[in-house]
Ligand binder design. Structure first.
Ligand SMILES: Cc1ncc(C[n+]2csc(CCOP(=O)(O)OP(=O)(O)O)c2C)c(N)n1
Ligand SMILES: [Mg+2]
Length: 823
């Protein structure tokens, strides 16, 4: 517990100096001959073969991009190809000794890593396991294309499968490893331990930490390697990931056997260039990349520079670092020196580097120099190497011919209803426990939880026996309903973890988690660094490995800090994987008030705009419990909005109040909170209660009967219920606390106009917050929609209210003026 970490002034004010340990630079100085007692000759030859496969594969792609074909057969590849010609030894050296259970994540330039790790896995798996993988992957679709001309050797068939699966993915074919939905920059193949490659520079950093946490928390074998470029050192998420992975709590606070750092190597594939900018000497200040390891922890992340132009040096480093990780002493940082002869992409004119520099590196080309060493050591003859090269080129040509053939390798049909992407944007699964064989680890029986006992005394409903309002302090509120549901899930799914800022002890900034600390060991509920990007990114990695994560960003205003992780990672991997991956992550965010411009925004619309995220915003305890239960038993990413205005709101609508027992409310169904005849009011989030107030005035003072409907979910969203209501009332006003311009309510309104045009007596009208910053608390009422704003809008645009005097202008002229001024 942090309370045990007493900060004594005498300790922290004492004078002294911080001493850094030397960071090894290219420490490996052996020759191939020196390694003859460590490796068998066939292994040493296979290292060369693997490098040659990588080189030939990418040379083929280079030809395709630059000359429109390969081997005399034309093909126009429209997509990208960021080649790593020259970097093969770094990839093969890394993968060679890894087990299948060791997982690698990569970047836009990871074709070589995919092949190297795949070749390594093929060597380690026996024939039965290989056949099992190939037969089951995409129901054998990829295998069927390559098995026709198999010569009977399963390992050779597996190599053909690997080459074809990767290439047809790069060419966007349905039999590709990710059904052609990932393409060159995102391709991967998890059965061989190749995890998603990321086109966002540094994007794999925090995701890899999450994958390593999954292994650590769920005691799964293997390590994780995060392959990112040297220029990724400039990316915030990379630093957040390293901060997250080096948190002291892993060593100081987590209980045995979970103690110790996450098993991750941050491997910087240091080719000394971004696209054209040069980190060393231009865009960074470290000179030697490995230096940055010294910043993070007393172990300096066991940082080391390794000569990536010597596959044996890389193998040696990986083996040593793996031991460190297996002892629980990670994380580790490697600065793997390498160089790409190819341009950043085939269109790159290399205007940023000297030809002589490329030539210098070509002279020490690892493929050639390592081949020479094999010959010198008498392990292989030049003829052997040439023969192998010819065989490799023949296989690459075979894979190429198959991958470009539209009959053998068609593209996914994305036009027909129910197409691949319509099926894979969401997985829509329901799984209570992601590891049913294991018992969840908890500290006390659920019934003994002190908060559970306290809540047992409270009323489940906000209404008394005679329908009177009960004091909020005596009722179950939204925060309690969320707590109840979440606590119970921890006793069902052993993989479930929750973390974020101030989640443990404090109980989450708004006390939803009070009582969880007593229930859960450290490794299932912990405080994270103030790293919003890494909070979400690690959750993505945790889920990709097979776990369920519940993470929290205090205020939804902080979504911007985790923009890439939410919008490019959380939202996209299910579909980018062709439906192979699941993303059971619930991201709780709260919509604030009172705290001004940077703590009070409702960003539901931003999230709703991004395909691949489910977006939910309950406004009652009954809905909050049912929806969080559905989110936490689902397999999709859900951004779960909560409003700070109503955390203590009791249940006023559901008869009997909030059920004690487990129940779910399906995502996507709006709910009628009050029936009516003349006008529909559709709200999102806490605006519900202001709409109910408006409805009361409309009924009492103007005789208008209002149907009040709470959207509850934003994505998905079932319009049928709304259309039914509009059919009855002929009028609809939509309200939420999000700024009006670009609000999801405008989409709702446009859809309703389109779908119910004949039923409408007036246009659907949207009332949102003003298109301003949220002003400070003292004046914020002028910003958010209040009942009077709803009445004003109804009076001006839906139906004049007899004798009504608007509180502020909102007529056509005023709307035009505001729009013209952009406010
Ligand atoms: C966040 C982000 N910014 C910029 C880019 C465009 N971009 C693609 S690759 C690249 C250079 C990356 O250099 P490095 O990380 O060293 O990897 P390398 O290309 O050398 O393998 C850039 C700027 C991107 N994909 N993502
Ligand atoms: Mg680079």
């Amino acid at each position: 517990m942090p309370k045990s970490l007493i900060i004594h002034p005498n300790d922290v004010r004492r004078s002294g100096k911080i001493a850094f340990k030397p960071i090894p630079v290219n420490a490996y100085q052996k020759s191939l001959k020196d390694e003859l007692d460590r490796f068998a000759c066939e292994d040493l030859i296979r290292i060369h073969r693997d490098m040659a496969i990588l080189r030939a594969f990418e040379t083929m792609l280079n030809d395709v991009k630059k000359s429109g074909g390969y081997g005399g057969i034309e093909y126009n590849h429209r997509g990208p190809a960021h080649l790593s010609i020259g970097q093969e030894s770094a990839a093969v050296g890394q993968a060679f000794l890894l087990g299948v259970e060791d997982h690698i994540f990569g970047s836009h330039r990871s074709h070589g890593e995919i092949l190297a790790k795949g070749l390594s896995a093929i060597e380690k798996l026996d024939d039965a396991a290989l056949m099992g993988i190939m037969e089951s992957y995409l129901d054998g679709e990829t295998l069927r294309v390559v098995e026709k001309d198999s010569d009977g050797s399963v390992k050779r068939l597996a190599v053909d499968f690997l080459l074809y699966g990767a290439l047809s993915e790069i060419f966007g074919r349905e039999a590709g490893f990710n059904r052609g939905m990932g393409g060159s920059m995102h391709a991967f193949f998890t059965p061989f331990g190749v995890y998603p490659n990321n086109a966002i520079v540094g994007g794999s950093a925090d995701i890899s930490v999450g994958a390593a946490l999954y292994k650590k928390i769920n005691r799964k074998p293997g390590i994780v390697i995060c392959n990112i470029g040297d220029a990724a050192t400039g990316c915030g998420p990379t630093w957040e990931a390293m901060c997250f992975a080096t948190m002291d709590q892993f060593r100081l606070l987590w209980e045995e056997p979970y103690k110790g750092g996450p098993p991750i190597i941050f491997n910087f594939v240091n080719n000394f260039y971004g696209m054209g900018g040069q980190p060393m000497g231009e865009t960074a200040g470290f000179q030697v990349l490995a230096r940055i390891g010294a910043a993070f922890n007393p172990e300096q992340m066991h940082a080391e520079r390794v000569d990536g132009y010597n596959p044996l040096a890389v193998m040696d480093a990986i083996a040593r670092k793996k031991e460190i990780l297996e002892r629980g002493d990670g994380p580790v940082l490697l600065d793997t020196v390498t160089y790409r002869f190819s341009g950043h992409s085939p269109s790159d004119a290399s205007s940023y580097r000297e030809k002589t520099e490329v030539e210098e590196w070509q002279q020490v080309d690892a493929l050639l120099t390592y081949g020479e060493q094999l010959v010198e050591a008498g392990i292989a003859s030049r003829e052997d190497l040439e023969k192998t090269q010819a065989q490799i080129e023949a296989r690459i040509l075979k894979a190429y011919k198959k991958a470009i053939d539209l009959n053998l390798s068609p593209r996914a049909d994305l036009v027909a209803p129910g197409s691949l992407l319509e099926r894979t944007m969401f997985s829509n699964g329901r799984v209570e426990s992601l590891d049913p064989a294991r018992q969840p680890e908890t500290r006390i029986p659920l019934a003994e939880n002190p908060r559970v006992k306290r809540l047992a005394e409270r009323s489940r409903s906000g209404l008394g026996e005679n329908g009177e309002l009960l004091p909020k302090s005596k009722c179950i509120g939204i925060r309690d309903a969320l707590f109840e549901a979440i606590l119970e899930r921890f006793y069902v799914d052993p993989t479930l973890v929750a973390y974020g800022e101030e989640n443990r002890d404090w109980g989450g900034a708004f006390a939803v988690y009070q009582g969880l600390t007593e229930a859960l060991p450290y490794h299932r509920l912990f405080n994270s660094s103030i790293s919003e990007g890494a909070i979400v990114g690690t959750a993505v990695g945790y889920a990709l490995e097979g776990g369920r994560a519940l993470v929290e960003l205090m205020y939804c205003d902080f979504l911007g800090r985790a923009g890439d992780e939410i919008f490019n990672q959380l939202a996209k991997w299910q579909a980018m994987s062709g439906g192979l991956l699941k993303m059971p992550v619930v991201l709780r965010v709260s919509v604030g008030s009172k705290y001004g411009a940077q703590h009070s925004q409702d960003w539901t619309s931003l999230c709703a705009h991004i395909p691949g995220l489910k977006v939910v915003f309950p406004a009652t305890p009954y809905d909050a419990k049912g929806l969080i239960n559905a989110a936490l038993t689902g397999t999709d990413p859900v951004v779960f909005f909560e409003s700070q205005r109503i955390y203590d709101q009791p249940e006023l609508f559901h008869p009997g109040g909030v059920p004690k027992a487990f129940y779910e409310i399906p995502l996507g169904e709006p709910d009628i909170k009050k029936e009516g005849r003349d006008l529909t009011l559709l709200t999102i989030g806490a605006t519900l209660y202001r709409a109910l107030e408006a409805a009361e005035t409309l009924e009492k003072e103007y005789g208008l009967s209002c149907e009040v409907m709470d959207a509850r979910s934003i994505v998905p969203f079932n319009y049928e219920i709304v259309l039914e209501s509009v059919k009855k009332t002929g009028r609809i006003l939509l309200a939420s606390d999000a700024c009006e311009r670009g609000s999801i309510l405008q989409t709702f309104a446009a859809k309703i106009s389109q779908l119910a045009f004949d039923e409408l007596d007036a246009p659907p009208v949207v009332v949102g917050a003003r298109n301003w910053i949220t002003p400070p608390d003292e004046v914020e009422d002028a910003f958010f929609p209040f009942p009077s704003d709803l009445l004003d809008a109804i009076h001006a645009h839906i139906q004049p209210l007899p004798g009504y005097t608007p509180k502020r202008p909102c007529d056509v002229a005023d709307l035009l003026r505001r729009s013209k001024e952009g406010v």
